[in-house]
Write a protein that binds this ligand. Structure first.
Ligand code: MTE
Length: 382
């Protein structure tokens, strides 16, 4: 938990930065990219997210022993968004920072923080899940991200024929835990995914500048792919026609089969979790509203089902809104609680490509990524 002072300082800093952004916009301090796109933000993919939900806490406190539904917010407040860093957070001075776009491009581009803030931006809800998130784990969150589509920058730079890979270089370095000394965090995605309109270079999270630990001043947001590709503290974007050989590309985030076969981790798999009740919770109500989230990466969730006490048919839950790709969907189930005692509840989701969460982990997998077997909790009905 962050101290009040830390949060307060962050809020003041965020407010100052937003003011600066407005000032920059108003002043029309223009560079090539900025001048061309001062049309303002477009709000895309907003779907069911009412502005009032932004910043609302998803609290489980009400849940214990109560029939009252918790206010499950579809947007995770910044302070609660999960953090996954391989190295310590670099502190970047935005005045000195610049983003370079180079490699196989016609005109290499260099952009300052002001250029980025002035560029035409998009704001969309995107769910990020760490490839190593445990079943029902905390390594998944959803934010309203603001940023510029990467394709805008790549089109400006002019991708050369034959290029097929885009490498994101982060500003963090370190060693230990098998990482060779001097390694910086970097990941590559196919050019096709880089050109997808939903692949963003994000500078705001829920309307505030990226907090340092989430990649200030700029990060990639590769919608629908596991979090490792959403590289934080971006310094350089490199266009290439060769498979990227960086440490985090080749040695980490690889699916390992028992026959030695290796495959890169890319798209998020369909998954779901409970928000209420929590594991081992006491429930005293006769009618209890079970709630949670389900997500399908690039696919849309079409079905969420619950199973009680490990047997019987899977029961359909109600999706709260029309599900969209790239962002999780809230679901609920009106449970008439059964006899007193301990009960097990499982949840599993299915996407519009027909993929359902597997009932058990593939025994052939030797790595710990893509763990999407059903989230299972125990509750005590009193
Ligand atoms: N980018 C850099 N530069 N360094 C990192 O360690 N971690 C990646 C990704 N981007 C990482 C990074 C991983 S593994 C994940 S899951 C996401 O960032 C987590 O993003 P978050 O900390 O904002 O939730």
């Amino acid at each position: 938990m962050k101290s009040f002072e830390e949060n307060d300082a962050r809020t003041r800093r965020a407010a100052g930065m937003i003011g600066r952004r407005e000032f920059l916009r108003a002043a029309l301090a223009s560079t090539g990219l900025a001048a061309a796109h001062l049309s303002g933000e477009t709000l895309s993919g907003m779907g069911p997210f009412a502005p009032g939900l932004i910043g609302a806490r998803s609290s489980n406190r009400l849940a214990e022993g109560s029939a009252l539904p918790a206010k499950t917010s579809a947007i995770t407040p910044n302070a609660d968004f999960f953090i996954r860093n391989h190295f310590t957070t670099p502190r970047i001075n935005e005045e000195k920072w610049a983003l370079e776009v180079g490699g196989m491009v016609e005109k290499p581009v260099k952009l300052s923080y002001s250029d980025i803030l002035l560029a035409s931006s998009e704001r969309r809800p995107i769910t990020l899940e760490c490839a190593g998130n445990l079943s029902g784990g905390a390594g998944v969150s959803t934010s309203l991200w603001s940023g510029l589509p990467l394709q805008t920058l790549l089109k400006q730079a002019g991708v050369q024929p034959g290029a097929n890979t885009v490498i994101f270089h982060g500003g963090d370095t370190g060693e230990g835990d098998g990482v060779p000394a001097g390694t910086h965090y970097a990941r590559a995605i196919p050019l096709e995914k880089a050109m997808d309109p939903t692949t963003l270079l994000a500078y705001e999270m829920n309307g505030a500048p990226l907090p340092p630990e989430h990649g200030f001043p700029l990060r990639a947001l590769v919608s629908g792919w596991y979090g490792m590709d959403s590289v934080k503290w971006l310094t350089r974007i490199e266009v290439s026609n060769e498979p990227f050989k960086g440490y985090f590309q080749q040695e980490r985030y690889v699916a390992l089969k028992s026959n030695g076969q290796r495959e890169p981790i890319t798209r998020m798999r369909v998954n779901s979790k409970f928000v209420r009740p929590l594991n081992d919770e006491e429930i005293r109500a006769k009618e209890y509203r079970i709630e949670g989230f389900a997500w399908g990466g690039e696919n849309r969730v079409t079905k969420v089902e619950l199973r009680f006490d490990g047997n019987g048919a899977w029961q359909p839950a109600t999706l709260s809104d029309a599900a969209e790709a790239m962002v999780w969907t809230a679901w609920s189930y009106a449970w008439t609680t059964p006899r007193v005692g301990q009960h097990t509840i499982e949840v599993r989701a299915t996407d519009d490509a027909g993929n359902s969460q597997p009932l058990a982990r593939d025994p052939d997998r030797k790595d710990d990524y893509e763990l999407n077997a059903p989230h299972r909790i125990n509750v005590n009905v009193g």
